[in-house]
Structures are given as structure tokens and as C-alpha cells.
Design a protein around this ligand. Structure first.
Ligand code: NDP
Ligand code: 8X3
Length: 251
């Protein structure tokens, strides 16, 4: 079937994508910082689907780690058909005058620079084969800024802009670029944003039916399963009760 590389596969969308692609017969490269989770996922996918799994433990924020770990994978694994740039986070939720600068660094370094480092490593491999598909996970937050979302929204707007730039630059090499912008999905996202506060995290999803990680994985897979001459460039998906990043009809 091919090879798919998914960043941030230890939870949420990334884990669901890894399982979905493995279920379709793809060999998968899974990445993340939490090694135990990566190892457990590698074992599960191998046993359940009989596919090959390469687990790469690195932090996308660290360019030297990206180069040393991802940049040196064996030749046979470099024939990556699909790259899902998914690793990312929101850290905190506060007005700009009270923002925590460490949170800003974490979001900018992960959501923007990490995506760039990984892409910079993989794209030449795709270019040499004149094929490939890059899925960048943006957010409804890329399209509309919400109160206290400032820097997180800015990082996702950057993902939107980078996706447009990639699409122009990579057109000559017939590499597809799709930005997928999900709305509210119940994963570990809010637990991370609120630094482990489970009550605050649960509150985010009260009063409406959020997306699941599997909903997003299904759409990611769909975008990569279209005929070679068709590319979905930009896709926004939300729960039925959500109109945009700002407005959710909670009842
Ligand atoms: P989760 O917190 O459930 O998963 C995030 C994944 O990203 C984890 O596997 C985590 O792995 C990985 N990750 C985070 N930081 C790093 C890092 N520095 N290096 C490597 N991997 C990292 O969140 P989601 O699945 O919900 O989020 C996935 C993406 O979707 C993010 O980009 C997020 O911004 C975006 N998104 C989420 C929405 C939602 O409502 N949930 C909606 C729209 C977009 P580990 O900690 O092991 O490194
Ligand atoms: C994640 C969804 O609405 O919290 O990107 O920004 S939201």
C-alpha cells in the first residue's frame, strides 16, 4: 500500500491515524516523545495488522533530534507516500498581556518550527520520487481567532500559510498538500492546554458532541485516498454544533 509517517502518534489524532492507515495495509512510521506509548503502539499495530512499524522517539522542536533520528532512517523507509504533520499543542489560555512566554515558545516551536523541521527532512525524499502527499493539521483556530487564543491561533494561521506556500513550491514535483482544520475534538488536547486539570479539560466538551480522533483520522485517510489527479487543498471540519472556532451552540 505504501508508507505513512505520522508525527505525534502517541495520542489523539495521530494515534487514530496510525491505526487507520495500518488497518488499510500501510507500513507506518510513528513518532512522539513518550517512548513507552510509542513502543506499545508499535507492538499493537504489528500484532493487529501484520504491517511494519518504525517507531521514532524524538522531539519535533529540536532540529538536531529531527535530523539525527528521522534524517537517518534506513533507505527503504524513506519512500514515504504520506506525511501527516500532526504533532502539536495548545499551552494555556490567557490574554496577551498575561501570557506565559514559555507557553508561547512551546506552541511556536512545536506547531510551526517542528512542522517545518520534519517537512524539510521528508520533502527531498518525496521530491526525488516526484510523488507524495503532505497533510498539515491546522485548526478552526487558523481561520478565526478566539478570545485568549492569540498565540495558539497564530501558530495555526501559520500552518495555513505554510500549507499554501508548500502547495505552490511542491507543485512541480506533483506533491499534494492538504491542510485539514478540525474544530473541537475530545483528545488529550485540553488536558495538555490546562496542564493536567481534568475538570477544566472535561468542561470544554460539555453541552455538545465533539469530534472524535477517529472522525479526524477518517477524513485524513479520505483525503489521501482520492485519485492521483485530485487534491483537496483546504478542509474545515467541525462537530455539528460548532460553526467556527468562536461559536459553539452548547445545550
Ligand atoms: P493530543 O494531545 O491528544 O496529541 C498530541 C500529539 O502531539 C501527541 O502524540 C504528542 O506526543 C505530540 N506532540 C506534542 N508535542 C510534541 C513534540 N514537541 N514533539 C513530538 N511530538 C509532540 O492532541 P490532538 O490529537 O488533539 O492534537 C493533534 C493536533 O491537532 C495538534 O496539532 C492540535 O493542535 C491539532 N488540533 C486539535 C484539535 C482538538 O480539538 N483536539 C482541533 C484542531 C486541531 P508526545 O507528548 O508523546 O510527544
Ligand atoms: C483546537 C480547537 O477550538 O480549542 O485547535 O482552538 S480550539
Amino acid at each position: 500500500m505504501g508508507i505513512v509517517l505520522i508525527t505525534g502518534a502517541t495520542a489523539g489524532f495521530g494515534e487514530a491515524c496510525a491505526t487507520t492507515y495500518a488497518g488499510k495495509g500501510f507500513d507506518v512510521i510513528i513518532t512522539g516523545r513518550r517512548k513507552e506509548r510509542l513502543d506499545a503502539l508499535q507492538t499493537r499495530l504489528t500484532q493487529e495488522f501484520g504491517i511494519n512499524v518504525l517507531a521514532l522517539n524524538f522531539d519535533v522542536r529540536k532540529e538536531d533530534e529531527v535530523k539525527a533520528v528521522l534524517g537517518t532512517i534506513p533507505e527503504e523507509w524513506r519512500k514515504i507516500d504520506v506525511l501527516v504533520n500532526n504533532a502539536g499543542l495548545a499551552a494555556g489560555l490567557s490574554t496577551i498581556d498575561e501570557g506565559n512566554t514559555d507557553d508561547w515558545d512551546a506552541m511556536i516551536d512545536t506547531n510551526v518550527k517542528g512542522l517545518l523541521y520534519v517537512s524539510r527532512t521528508v520533502i527531498p525524499w518525496m521530491r526525488s520520487r516526484t510523488m507524495g502527499h503532505i497533510i498539515n493539521i491546522g485548526s478552526t483556530a487558523a481561520k478565526l481567532v478566539y478570545a485568549k487564543g492569540n498565540v495558539y491561533c497564530a501558530t495555526k494561521a501559520a500552518v495555513d500559510a505554510i500549507s499554501q506556500g508548500m502547495r505552490i513550491d511542491l507543485l512541480p514535483y506533483r506533491i499534494k498538500v492538504t491542510a485539514i482544520h478540525p474544530g473541537a475534538a475530545e483528545t488529550e488536547f485540553s488536558l495538555v492546554r490546562f496542564k493536567g486539570d481534568e475538570d477544566k479539560a472535561k468542561d470544554v466538551y460539555k453541552g455538545f458532541i465533539p469530534l472524535t480522533a477517529q472522525d479526524v483520522a477518517d477524513v485524513v485517510y479520505y483525503c489521501t485516498s482520492l485519485p492521483p489527479h485530485v487534491c483537496i487543498n483546504d478542509l474545515v471540519m467541525t462537530p455539528l454544533q460548532q460553526a467556527n472556532a468562536y461559536y459553539i451552540d452548547k445545550k
